[in-house]
Design a protein around this ligand. Structure first.
Ligand code: CTP
Length: 404
């Protein structure tokens, strides 16, 4: 089994003698199904040739922060978003120190700073450098911020010393990464998720739409995949890259979204309806462009299917999570909606000019039968991880009740 199927690993290589072992780390990750993008610090190229890593991973190595050619293809911020996980192997004492103070003076340190995904470091250095109080304090700081340390090992070193500081062997590093990525709370569960707006065509060039950017739904898709779920993301038209290990189906209208949802539903454990589905569509879509021949134009609209309502009404239904955007009385309206649609959970937000739709930040009030929790205003990426945790809690509780 390829345990890292579709996972995107950004493999950072810094300038230590163990850099030659990074080739084997890359090979093992690729063998396990991962897409691997190598980023080297400029000095690492003295230890290992970028061409070797390109041959193993099938991707050109990135090593420069301001490379116009690469920036035009995938800019450094885009690269930071691309990754599901960042693994730096080997991570030198100098690199740990630069990370600890938040330096961003080369591509790899900039990516570590710009990314919100899990950061794993496999330290490699002389035993005295590892034991030094400065390194100890840097490591402590990094771990307290959520960085995961893989190793180092204890033993014979390239410099002739013996002690702690050897990089872990490549199979041990690859296995640790598989365990961390594979041990999600939703491993083996299929989740179908809708995101973004819908477009309801008026004629070949015009549509009725809404302001949804899809950011919350895409952040949720990434957080679900990070918990090991098999994610099917059904998205309206948005300008966002697909998160790693997520299957994306693009649709335009509410009716197309409904069809894609129902086609994807078999074996689905959880359905999350995050899309801003248009409640109405034009009664007819004109075959030709509407001309401005008259003073007034009246559009007749018809109700769209309520996708979430229909899924929730199925006899064998998945665990259903809805969203509610409200401008007032958030808790009361959201609970009303949850009951009316028969949902296990609803995530409600107060929409204003500065929060909710189109923004990077959001706050949510999550309500379920017998409980609620407010998630404070924060970037949607972090909010999504917290919401996925709550969904997994309630889903586990429901599964436990059904099994008992
Ligand atoms: N939804 C859906 N299909 C629709 C409309 C909404 O699946 N045709 C889903 C949304 O994705 C969201 C939830 O239903 O999860 C929102 O419920 P709804 O009652 O439609 O909310 P509003 O559109 O905000 O309702 P209202 O305009 O009445 O406040």
């Amino acid at each position: 089994m390829q345990r890292l199927n579709g996972r995107r690993v950004l493999l950072g290589i810094t300038a230590g003698i163990a850099a030659y072992k990074a080739v084997e780390v890359a090979r093992l990750l690729v063998k396990d199904g991962a897409e691997v993008q190598v980023v080297m610090t400029p000095a690492a190229a003295s230890f290992i040739g970028p061409l070797t890593l390109q041959a193993v991973t099938g991707r050109p190595v990135r090593d420069t922060l301001f490379d116009p050619q690469h920036e035009a293809a995938m800019g450094h911020i885009e690269l930071a978003r691309w990754a599901d996980v960042i693994l730096v192997a080997p991570a030198t004492a100098d690199f740990l120190a630069r990370l600890a103070v938040g330096m961003a003076d080369d591509l790899l340190s900039t990516l570590c700073l710009a990314s919100t995904v899990r950061l794993l470091l496999a330290p490699s250095m002389n035993q005295a450098m590892w034991r030094n109080a400065a390194t100890r304090s840097n490591v402590e700081q990094l771990v307290s911020r959520g960085t995961t340390l893989l190793g180092p090992d204890d033993g014979e070193q390239a410099c002739g010393d013996t002690g702690p500081g050897r990089m872990l062997e490549p199979p041990v590093i690859a296995s640790a990464l598989c365990d961390l990525l594979g041990a999600g709370r939703l491993t083996g569960r299929r989740v179908v998720l809708t995101a973004g707006p819908t477009r309801e065509a008026l004629d070949p060039v015009r549509f009725l739409g809404n302001r949804s950017s899809g950011k919350m739904g895409f952040a949720l898709a990434q957080a679900l995949a990070a918990q090991g779920a098999e994610v099917v993301l059904i998205s309206g038209p948005v300008a966002l890259p697909t998160p790693g290990a997520v299957r994306r189906i693009d649709v335009e209208s509410a009716e197309q979204m409904r069809d894609a949802v129902f086609t994807s539903l078999p074996d689905t454990a959880i359905f999350i309806s995050c899309a801003a589905v248009a409640d109405f569509r034009p009664c007819e879509t004109r075959a030709k462009k509407i001309k401005k021949t008259q003073e007034n134009l009246t559009l007749e609209l018809v109700r769209n299917p309520d996708i979430l309502g229909e899924v929730s009404a199925l006899p064998r239904r998945p665990f259903c999570v809805g969203f509610a955007a409200e401008t007032e009385d958030v808790a009361a309206y959201a609970e009303q909606k949850r009951r009316a649609k028969g949902l296990e959970m609803i995530a409600a937000n107060q929409v204003s000019a500065s929060s909710g739709i189109e923004t990077d930040d959001n706050a949510l009030l999550v309500i379920w039968d017998g409980g609620r929790q407010a998630l404070s205003r924060q970037p949607k990426t972090r909010l999504a991880a917290q919401l996925v945790d709550l969904i997994a809690d309630r889903f586990d509780a429901q599964t436990a009740t059904k099994d008992s």
